[in-house]
Design a protein around this ligand. Structure first.
Ligand code: MG
Length: 471
C-alpha cells in the first residue's frame, strides 16, 4: 500500500495545529486601562497605605508587576490625559492647561489617539469615565477613536455647558429643568453640578455621583462581555478620587481613611469585579490590565486629600508626589507575577507600547515622545528607555530626571525680588527630595539644565496646536 498520500495529511495537520498555537499565542491582547483621578502614590495597600485596604489591587500586583518610578506627564488632569492617549508630552500636542465647561478647546482631532490606532487593527473601543479633553462635539471620545462613551465630560467639580446636547430621555434630578440648563450661563450657575453623558448627549443632570464608580464598572463589564470575541480596548478613567468625593452607601464610612479612603476602596472593589468578569469570560491570558493615576493627590487637610508618602509634593507641582503615580500591570504569561521595576517609565509610553504589541501602526508623520516599554514589562530589560524624563508645568520644563539625578527650577519673580530657585536631588539616596545638592554639584546642574533646554527647543520646533472650535 502506498502511504505517500498520507504524508501531506500529517503535514497539514501539524501545520494547522502549529498555526492555531501561533495564533492563540500571537492574537493581540485586549486592553483594560484603569486610570484614577488624583490618587496618591501611597494610596494602595501594595504601595504602602497604612489604612486604605485594597485587596484586589494587591492581588493584581501579586499576579503582575509594580512600576515604582512611573510618571504621569503632568500634575493636572487634561494635559495628563492628552499625553496618555497620544504618547506625547502635553506641550507637544498644545494641551497644557485644565479645560473648563466654558472652553471651546480640546485635544486636536488631527491627533491620532491610542483608540484610533487600535481601531485600525480591528479593536472595539470604549471610554467609560471622565474624558476631560474637550466637551464640544468635535473633541468628544466618539470623535477621537472610541466606539462608545459613557461618563462625565470633565472634572466633577465643574458645571454644565448650556449648549450641550441633551438626550430626549434625559434624567433630570434635583428639580432641574431643561429650560434652566439651556438658559443659565456657566458663570451664573451657583452649584457645581456635572452632567453625565452617553456618546454625544447628556443623559443625566446633575449626575448622581454616588453611583458613578458602580455604573462605570457595570458599563465596562457589559462592553467586555459584548466584545469578548474580538479584541477590545476599554479605557476606564474613574471620576474618583477627584474632589468632591462621593462613595456609594455600601462603601461610605467603611474605610479607616475617611471619605477619600472609601472612594479608593470602592474602586478596589470595582477592580475585583472587573477581574472576575475577565476570568468568567475566559480572557485572563489575553487581556493586559493596566492600573495607574492621572497625577498626584490633592494637598488637603480635611481628610479629602490623598498621600504620596514617601514622596514630596502633591498635585499641581513637579516634586515627585505631583507626578510619580502608582502603576500595576498584569498580563499572565507575559508579565512576570509578583515582580516590580524601579526603571523610569510613564503614561507617555503606553500608547507606543500598546500600539506595538497590538500590531497597530504608530503615526510616522509626527514626533511622539514615549517609548515601547514592553522589555520593562516582561522583565527582559531592567533599563529605562528614557535617557531623560521631563516634567512639564504648563509650557515650561520645570524639572528633568536623568538616572538618579533630578534638577528642578522655579523661575525668578522680579516683582517680589525672588531669585530663581534651583534644586538638585539624588532620588536614589533621597526619594523624598529633602536635600538640595545644587551647590555641591554645579556641573550636574549645568548638565541637566542644558539637557532640558535642548529638549525643550526640539519640542518647540515640532509641536502641534490644541484643537479649537472654528479654527
Ligand atoms: Mg487629576
Amino acid at each position: 500500500m502506498n502511504l505517500n498520500f498520507l504524508i501531506p495529511i500529517w503535514v497539514w495537520c501539524g501545520l494547522i495545529m502549529f498555526a492555531a498555537c501561533l495564533q492563540a499565542q500571537d492574537s493581540p491582547p485586549n486592553i483594560l486601562l484603569i486610570f484614577t483621578d488624583d490618587q496618591g502614590y501611597q494610596d494602595l495597600g501594595c504601595f504602602g497605605s497604612p489604612d486604605i485596604k485594597t485587596p484586589h489591587l494587591d492581588q493584581l500586583a501579586d499576579e503582575g508587576r509594580k512600576f515604582t518610578s512611573f510618571y504621569s506627564a503632568c500634575s493636572v488632569c487634561s494635559p495628563s490625559r492628552a499625553a496618555l492617549l497620544t504618547g506625547c508630552y502635553p506641550p507637544r500636542v498644545g494641551l497644557t492647561k485644565v479645560l473648563f465647561a466654558q472652553d471651546n478647546k480640546g485635544l486636536n482631532p488631527q491627533e491620532i489617539t491610542l483608540a484610533e490606532m487600535l481601531k485600525q487593527v480591528g479593536y472595539r473601543t470604549a471610554c467609560i469615565g471622565k474624558w476631560h479633553l474637550g466637551h464640544k462635539a468635535p473633541f468628544l471620545p466618539t470623535e477621537q477613536g472610541f466606539d462608545y462613551y459613557y461618563g462625565i465630560p470633565y472634572s466633577n467639580d465643574m458645571r454644565i455647558d448650556p449648549t450641550a446636547k441633551l438626550a430626549d430621555d434625559i434624567v433630570l434630578r434635583e428639580g432641574v429643568t431643561r429650560d434652566q440648563i439651556k438658559t443659565v450661563p456657566v458663570s451664573k450657575q451657583k452649584d457645581r453640578l456635572v452632567p453625565l453623558m452617553k456618546n454625544d448627549e447628556v443623559v443625566e443632570y446633575p449626575a448622581d455621583q454616588t453611583s458613578l464608580t458602580r455604573r462605570y464598572t457595570e458599563e465596562a463589564i457589559r462592553f467586555m462581555a459584548e466584545n469578548k470575541d474580538q479584541p477590545f480596548f476599554v479605557y476606564l478613567p474613574h471620576t474618583m478620587p477627584h474632589i468632591p468625593l462621593f462613595a456609594s452607601e455600601e462603601f461610605r464610612g467603611k474605610s479607616e481613611a475617611g471619605l477619600y479612603g472609601d472612594t479608593i476602596e470602592e474602586i478596589d472593589d470595582s477592580v475585583g469585579q472587573l477581574m472576575d468578569a475577565i476570568d468568567r469570560l475566559g480572557l485572563a491570558k489575553q487581556t493586559l490590565v493596566i492600573y495607574t493615576s492621572d497625577n498626584g493627590p490633592w494637598k488637603l487637610k480635611n481628610g479629602h486629600g490623598g498621600r504620596a508618602h514617601p514622596l514630596r509634593g502633591f498635585k499641581f507641582n513637579t516634586y515627585e508626589g505631583g507626578m510619580r503615580v502608582p502603576c500595576i500591570m498584569r498580563w499572565p504569561g507575559h508579565i512576570p507575577p509578583s515582580s516590580e521595576t524601579d526603571a523610569v517609565a510613564g503614561t507617555i509610553d503606553l500608547a507606543p507600547t500598546i500600539a506595538a504589541l497590538c500590531g497597530a501602526a504608530l503615526p510616522q508623520d509626527r514626533v511622539l515622545d514615549g517609548h515601547d516599554i514592553m522589555p520593562l514589562m516582561t522583565g527582559k530589560s531592567a533599563a529605562s528607555p528614557h535617557q531623560a524624563y521631563f516634567y512639564y508645568k504648563g509650557n515650561r520644563v520645570s524639572a528633568v530626571r536623568a538616572g538618579d539625578w533630578k534638577l528642578r527650577t522655579t523661575p525668578a519673580n522680579p516683582k517680589k525680588q525672588i531669585p530663581e530657585m534651583v534644586e538638585l536631588f539624588n532620588l536614589e539616596d533621597d526619594i523624598s527630595e529633602s536635600k538640595n545638592l545644587a551647590s555641591e554639584h554645579p556641573e550636574k546642574v549645568a548638565q541637566l539644565r542644558e539637557m532640558a533646554a535642548q529638549f525643550n527647543q526640539e519640542l518647540r520646533n515640532a509641536s502641534r496646536p490644541i484643537g479649537e472650535l472654528g479654527k
